[in-house]
Design a protein around this ligand. Structure first.
Ligand SMILES: Cc1cc2nc3c(=O)[nH]c(=O)nc-3n(C[C@H](O)[C@H](O)[C@H](O)COP(=O)(O)O)c2cc1C
Ligand code: SF4
Length: 570
């Protein structure tokens, strides 16, 4: 029987759509599909293969056994270190990674963004929350909880309805693109994806870049462990995001928007697909949006599993069907982005804040933040708290308020020992820093950065060195390998941390290991080509800054003060 040809997808940036079409048709990346994709993209099969095999979820051999696995990321490892063993026992999976009945094959998972419901489980293309602190079997799919908001908020009130479309229509009829940009600039909105760059400045740069074709790209890759705030917006607020993207397109002069959605969010994929169809049917997206003479379409592109694709230039390479390594900058995407065209790349939360800013004004949005900070922020809280979840709160709340007042405090009545910022990319801080405002200016005084606003909490029974080791495993696995300091540095740091947290009977290390850690972290900070390498280095430098005694106990005396290291689930 002749193989059915891959259907040509609509819109630009076809690679990922073709790739997923091939995987759905053949079950793996077959030689025929590689050839077909290459022909469709006018690329070489070697380049297609090189790009496609970068991703986690692209098998290159047929295999009838269903892939199954648990999250091996640092948050799931913190709360359920035995998850892997429990699943293997439950399904009778042996050392060869296969169940004795041949039904399942084990696949190690990087963090799928279910840190609030750890430990996460993967089965054949879907991701499931844990149950009672263990891998759930049989797995049950459940939507992301809505973020909990407190007081006036920019995003939560607009989730779950189409009110944002009214804001869009009203703005198209009454505001010029320059006025929309002015509102965003004056609101003080800083990009919520991690870097905190002023949104209005970026929008202005794209608007003033001379070009016929421009793009708005929504970064919905959210691969950072301990960060799952965009997920709730994507599942419950697709209309809000679409309206934010359309307002951005109108403001910067772009007619096409692309949502780059991480592979691990299939529920969001369904929600976004349905919302785009509805918006087109209602005339909110299309040739003449709401009859206002502005043309804007939104296309959905699903990633295939790679944390580095959240870095905006990797993301653009991924869309273009290239191996998704970060690009050298300058030039920046604002002038040379997708296929060389000026491109606005913004995080989900950034774009979702825009309709409220346009509706209620820049001053109102500014007034929502604490002190000098503007607006509300979606914080993700996970780890050892009673009520993990996403919380929309004034930008600048303290870690203490977030952890104790919102997230219910520490489990089992234990004491706070440490918490991360930026998921795991913004450093590890001690309990004494709990009164630090979680904004873009304060954390550097403690050697941290707010980043995505993900906070992972450790209690007094946890080991910070062991946690750092699990984070480093993640960075090592996800380093794209383009630059030497990160490719080698993440491996060396993980080796050092493995040594420190290994079996209790190991010999203590006499040399000045601190100097070695410092040297590697510093090289990573100075020499890496994107933010991943420096984030891995920051984790270690903050570990030494705040938990030096605990590290030295491990390294010099072979002792884990928390009594965690050296066990069977290490
Ligand atoms: C390794 C790495 C991963 C990143 N992952 C994400 C991500 O998942 N989502 C995101 O919005 N930004 C991520 N970023 C930041 C983006 O590069 C970029 O700054 C952001 O999408 C810009 O949008 P914003 O200005 O609205 O924050 C990541 C950066 C790095 C270095
Ligand atoms: S810092 Fe790491 S992830 Fe970034 S380009 Fe270098 S090797 Fe790749």
């Amino acid at each position: 029987m002749a193989t059915k040809r891959l259907a040509p997808p609509a819109g630009p940036a076809l690679f990922l759509e073709l790739l997923h079409g091939a995987l759905a048709r053949d079950g793996y990346l077959s030689p025929g599909a590689t050839q077909e994709i290459a022909e469709a993209l006018e690329a070489s099969p070697a380049d297609v293969y090189s790009a496609a095999t970068f991703y986690h979820y692209v098998p290159t051999q047929p295999d009838p056994a269903l892939p199954v696995g648990v999250c091996e990321g640092p948050v799931c490892r913190l709360t359920c270190p035995q998850a892997d063993r429990l699943l293997r026992q439950r399904l009778d999976i042996g050392a060869d990674g296969r169940s004795t009945d041949g039904r399942y094959r084990y696949l190690g998972l990087p963090c799928p963004g279910l840190c609030d419901r750890a430990p996460a489980l993967f089965l054949d293309g879907r991701f499931y929350a844990g149950r009672d602190g263990a891998p759930a079997w049989p797995p049950e799919d459940a939507p992301a909880p809505l973020p909990e908001a407190s007081g006036e908020s920019a995003i939560s009130p607009l989730l779950g309805g189409e009110r944002a479309y009214d804001v869009l229509k009203e703005a198209l009829g009454s505001l010029t693109p320059e006025q929309v940009i002015a509102a965003v600039s004056q609101s003080g909105l800083l990009g919520r994806g991690g870097a905190g760059f002023p949104a209005g400045r970026k929008w202005e740069a794209v608007r003033s870049a001379p070009a016929e074709t421009k793009y708005v790209v929504c970064n919905a890759d959210e691969g950072e462990p301990g960060t799952f705030k965009d997920r709730s917006v994507l599942e419950h607020g697709a209309e809000l995001l679409i309206a934010g993207m359309a307002l951005a397109g109108y403001a910067v002069g772009a007619g096409v928007g692309i949502i780059y959605l991480r592979y691990e969010y299939p529920r969001a994929l369904d929600a976004l697909r349905a919302a785009i169809e509805r918006a087109e049917a209602r005339g909110v997206l299309g040739e003449d949006v709401a009859g206002k003479g502005f043309s804007f379409r939104v296309y959905l592109r699903r990633g295939a599993g790679a944390y580095v694709c959240g870095e905006e230039t990797s993301l653009l390479n991924s869309l273009e069907g290239k191996r998704p390594w970060p690009r050298d900058r300058p030039p920046f995407p604002t002038t040379h982005g997708l296929f060389g065209a000026p491109t606005l790349v913004n995080n989900v939360e950034t774009l979702a804040a825009v309709p409220a800013i346009v509706e209620r004004g820049a001053d109102w949005f500014r007034s929502l933040g604490r002190g000098e900070s503007a607006g509300t922020k979606l914080y993700s809280v996970s780890g050892r708290v009673r009520r993990p979840g996403a919380y929309e709160l004034p930008l600048g709340v303290t870690a203490r308020e977030l952890v104790f007042e919102r997230a219910g405090g520490i489990v089992e009545g234990r004491a706070l020992k440490a918490f991360t910022l930026g998921g795991v990319s913004g450093g590890l801080l001690p309990a004494t820093a709990a009164d630090l405002p979680l904004d873009y200016d304060s954390p550097p005084s403690e050697g941290g950065v707010l980043g995505s606003g993900g906070v992972v909490v450790l209690h007094d029974g946890d080991c910070t060195v062991r946690f750092a080791r699990d984070c480093m495993r993640f960075f090592e696995t996800e380093s794209c390998g383009k630059c030497y300091p990160c490719r080698v540095g993440t491996v060396r740091l993980r080796e050092l941390l493995d040594e420190a947290t290994g079996p209790a009977e190991r010999s203590p290390v006499a040399e000045d290991v601190a100097a070695r850690y410092r040297e590697i972290s510093e090289v990573m900070r100075l020499g890496s080509a994107c933010g991943l390498g420096p984030s891995a280095g920051l984790l270690v430098s903050s570990l030494f800054r705040h938990f030096r005694d605990e590290v030295e106990e491990h390294v010099l005396h072979g002792r884990c003060p928390a009594g965690v290291c050296g066990g069977s689930d290490a």
